[in-house]
Design a protein around this ligand. Structure first.
Ligand SMILES: Cc1ncc(C[n+]2csc(CCOP(=O)(O)OP(=O)(O)O)c2C)c(N)n1
Ligand SMILES: [Mg+2]
Length: 571
């Protein structure tokens, strides 16, 4: 705890907030300012003056950047961070990203204030803004209830510290998710007595799947003739990624990623990796191992007809989903890496039919090679087309960016190409931005905050970029020395909107009269945005210039500045 110094240094609720963060071991406080946070700013000034170890505070000019940075940092490290927003207004501004954290099942503590006394207490004046503008009937905690794991309020200075600690501990429990606390400014202004016993919050305990359940599924795996494994988010945890590879290898299980994959789940160059098309596996399979997947197939009821479906997950029935139809016949519910390792051991103990498994391995290795040859042919074909085809951009990225680069993806129609063609192999090398558009910059900055020595590339659609707080994101990059390589996949349109229009009205009047709405984008030159913050910007229209522009961008990032490579694509 910070020692007392200076004239106005009573220990108050602001110190309690910071002390809780210190005891929780958080690295950063992400914030977009609001007047209720003056007590925390006082405590931060005291922390600095007294040279006390504690979290670093990062001010953002927009709530989506603050929450997005917390998302990116937690995706990359697994460690939840607190986010301080302003009253109901700032919370509403940041709430799209809070919802995104909820559906991504990411732990996070979001807080914003509310007043209690509205100027009627002669001893404390919270400021007239709370009376006139800021109050929300029912409190800001009501605003985010539907998309937080737990949303509540702090009721006294006596319960302030423990409520924060408990809230953060709760957010990190399965199912993980953001929690919200409404913290009235008056409580932070009151004196606070630190707890007598200083407690460092321990990591949440892992819950394990019962051994009998593991044993039963191991028997099914050994006996199966045509098993397959599908996953969507196993790679979130690098330990689960490694365990998944080992299990797949032992049994020669073909691995198919879900179309909704949001991270890298399996090495793309592995012979057992079978891409994204689950179709060929559905009809004849006798066992489907659905590993950390909210939606393994679509339409949801379209289960593999002859297969037993085993869901392996920490939280298979994702309560954040309005509808789900996993069709599971069995569940292995517990820490994912531990379940996969236990399955691997149980299979080993039972013993496998070597001839059967090796035949399977050869079959899927051949299929893997065939798919690789098809991708190569598609790339060669794309290179002969005029202009820059998206596959030419994938090839240039692959050839130019170093092996340790991390990719954050806020593209839409190009995302499936990136996931198929980039050839990523290491866990945590790829993160897809979940939820509404506009978070890519914040998430990429958070990933960079956690990986300062590695290049972080934000791949982003032209339409998606326009949903971001662009100036505020570029400023956060410059001010916090978090340079990004921003690659704009610019097709001058919301291509996905047109695709959806065509799905509903393939022979409609919009097609006949070539009159589409919600499709064309006449954006300013994105490359010029960099002039405000230094760095480098280039618009590329010629495929021959791509590699050079990306290299120049990387050199700029290595110097500590952000580069924007605006790539004009043919589709
Ligand atoms: C906040 C928010 N508003 C609107 C949408 C609807 N939406 C989904 S994709 C998309 C277009 C994205 O355009 P772009 O990034 O250029 O990708 P493209 O469709 O061209 O591949 C829109 C508007 C959304 N997902 N989130
Ligand atoms: Mg576009």
């Amino acid at each position: 705890m910070s020692d007392k110094i200076g004239p106005s240094n009573k220990i108050d609720g602001g110190e309690a907030v910071l002390e809780a963060f210190r005891h929780l071991g958080v690295d950063y406080i992400l914030s977009s300012p609001g007047s209720e946070w003056a007590p925390v700013w006082e405590a931060l000034a005291r922390q600095k003056a007294n040279n006390t170890a504690g979290p670093t505070y990062i001010d953002c000019w927009h709530e989506t950047i603050a929450v997005g940075m917390a998302i990116g940092y937690t995706l990359a490290t697994g460690k939840p961070q607190p986010v301080l927003l302003h009253a109901g207004a700032g919370l509403l501004q940041g709430s799209m990203a809070v919802h995104a954290a909820y559906i991504a099942q990411l732990p996070m503590l979001v807080m914003s204030g509310e007043a209690l006394s509205y100027g009627e207490n002669p001893e404390v004046d919270p400021g007239s803004q709370w009376y006139r503008n800021l109050s929300v009937v029912g409190g800001p905690d009501g605003l985010v209830k539907p998309f937080t794991k737990w949303s509540s309020r702090i009721t006294s200075s006596h319960t302030l510290y423990e409520t924060i600690v408990r809230a953060m501990e709760m957010s990190a429990r399965i199912p993980r998710g953001p929690v919200f606390l409404n913290l009235p400014v008056e409580l932070m202004l009151q004196d606070w007595t630190p707890p007598e016993h200083e407690r460092r919050a321990p990591a949440p305990p892992k819950k394990h799947t019962p051994p009998a359940d593991i044993e039963a599924v191991a028997k099914l795996l050994v006996a199966a003739e045509n098993p397959f494994l599908t996953t969507e988010t196993a790679g979130r945890d690098p330990e689960a990624f490694t365990a998944l590879v080992a299990l797949a290898e032992q049994l020669a299980l073909p691995v198919i990623e879900s179309r909704g994959a949001v991270c890298l789940n399996f090495p793309k160059d592995h012979p057992l990796y079978q891409g994204f098309n689950i179709g060929p596996f559905m009809k004849e399979s006798d066992l489907a191992l659905v590993v950390s997947s909210r939606a393994p197939w679509y339409p949801p009821g379209n289960r593999p007809p002859k297969a037993k479906v085993v869901a392996v997950d920490e939280d298979p029935l994702r309560s954040y989903m309005v509808y789900q139809n996993l069709q599971a016949d069995l569940y292995l519910e517990g820490d994912l890496a531990a379940s996969l390792r236990a399955l691997d051991r149980a299979v080993q103990a039972l013993g496998i039919d070597k001839a059967k498994v090796e035949a399977r391995r050869a079959k899927y290795a051949a299929a893997h090679e065939k798919a690789a040859a098809q991708r190569k042919a598609a790339e060669t074909d794309a290179a002969t087309k005029p202009g820059i085809h998206p596959l030419a951009l994938c090839a240039a990225l692959r050839a130019t960016l170093p092996a340790d680069a991390i990719y954050v993806d806020e593209t839409i129609t190009h995302s499936s190409l990136l996931q198929e063609y980039m050839g990523w192999n290491k866990p945590h090398s790829y993160f897809y931005v979940q939820g509404g558009l506009g978070q890519g910059l914040g998430v990429a900055l958070g990933v960079k905050l956690a990986n300062k020595t590695k290049p972080v590339a934000l791949m982003i659609g032209d339409g998606s970029l326009l949903y971001n707080p662009i100036i505020q994101g570029l400023a956060a990059a410059a001010q916090n020395k978090l340079p990004l390589l921003i690659v704009v996949f610019n097709n001058k349109k919301y291509a996905s909107m047109k695709a959806n229009h065509l799905r509903y009205y393939p022979d409609g009047i919009a097609v006949a009269t070539k009159n589409f709405h919600g499709v064309e984008i006449e954006a300013p030159d994105f490359a010029k945005l960099s002039i405000h913050f230094g760095g480098f910007g280039k618009t590329v229209t010629d495929p021959g210039d791509l590699a050079g522009a990306l290299r120049e961008g990387l050199a700029t990032v290595a110097k500590g500045e952000t580069a924007i490579i605006n790539v004009m694509l043919t589709q």
